[in-house]
Design a protein around this ligand. Structure first.
Ligand code: NAP
Length: 249
């Protein structure tokens, strides 16, 4: 197994399951130390920790709700207290609360914007001083195809994911001169709990719009994130990496 990320400390939000866990796995397989955040599913977080440790990784689990500024900042503080620094930040934690605009409540709007988008600001703001001091940082937002193309019933989610792309571009411009890259990965529909929750007829209709004829896997997204953090990913910044089986080009 490669050790190209040995000595690197990676904080992955929402890493107890799905894409976040796959990102943490791909980074751990390359030697990174992992700070694994979750919000409520402690059992899943413990299972993920055990699986990552099997690759020889050091793993710290930190519970915290990234939609709450103090808790998001506390994640970074916990990582720095335990390991001294954060070199890689993967802003992955996310939720959807789908309703058409007419039926959407203010609470569901705010929950999705705060969890998916505001969290990226809180954690990024908290890691930047340290990354600047060390002249190295890799920050990755897990955005979505929905932020690129929009979707019925997902105005809150789409706005949050498009916001993550715009946040990525602005931050990338600000911090490039300090050796820090900032990128967004925009997956299409990926086989995780989020997609498993969709009704079967919706899944079939989604599949019929994917030229490659299948959903993505969390592992494919994790490998893309690891690539961006590795020795060959250093010239990417401000990018939106589109991976969706051809559903949106
Ligand atoms: P998932 O299986 O539902 O897992 C969500 C993860 O986020 C869990 O680890 C969950 O922790 C954590 N989380 C949720 N709310 C949180 C909060 N307030 N604070 C901290 N952690 C929180 O989701 P997924 O499908 O892997 O999606 C991960 C990311 O990829 C999301 O940002 C999503 O929008 C994006 N994405 C997903 C797809 C897809 O098709 N699945 C496509 C494009 C983009 P607990 O286990 O404690 O609940």
């Amino acid at each position: 197994m490669s050790q190209e990320l040995a000595e690197k400390i990676a904080l992955v939000t929402g890493a107890s399951r799905g894409i976040g866990k796959a990102c943490a796995t791909a980074l751990a397989q390359r030697g990174a130390t992992i700070v694994l955040n979750y919000v409520s599913n402690q059992d899943a977080a413990k299972v993920a920790k055990t699986e990552l440790e099997a690759f020889g990784a050091k793993v710290l689990i930190v519970q915290g709700d990234v939609s709450i500024e103090d808790e998001a900042r506390a994640l970074v503080a916990a990582a720095e207290n335990e390991f001294g620094q954060v070199d890689i930040l993967v802003n992955n934690a996310g939720v959807n609360r789908d309703k058409t605009v007419q039926r959407l409540t203010g609470d569901a709007w705010r929950e999705v914007i705060d969890t998916n988008l505001s969290s990226c600001f809180y954690t990024t703001n908290a890691v930047l001083d340290g990354m600047r001091e060390r002249s190295f940082g890799r920050i990755i937002q897990i955005s979505s195809i929905i932020g690129q193309m929009g979707n019925i019933g997902q105005s809150n989610y789409a706005a949050s994911k498009a916001g993550m792309i715009a946040f990525t571009k602005s931050t990338a411009k600000e911090v490039a001169r300090f050796g820090i890259t900032v990128n967004a990965v925009c997956p299409g529909f990926v086989e995780t709990d989020m997609v498993a929750a969709l009704p079967d007829e919706i899944k079939q209709s989604l599949l019929s719009n994917i030229p490659l004829g299948r959903f993505g896997t969390a592992e494919e997204v994790g490998e893309t994130v690891a690539f961006l953090c590795g020795p060959n990913g250093g010239w990417y910044t401000g990018s939106q990496l589109t991976m969706n089986g051809g559903q949106y080009m």
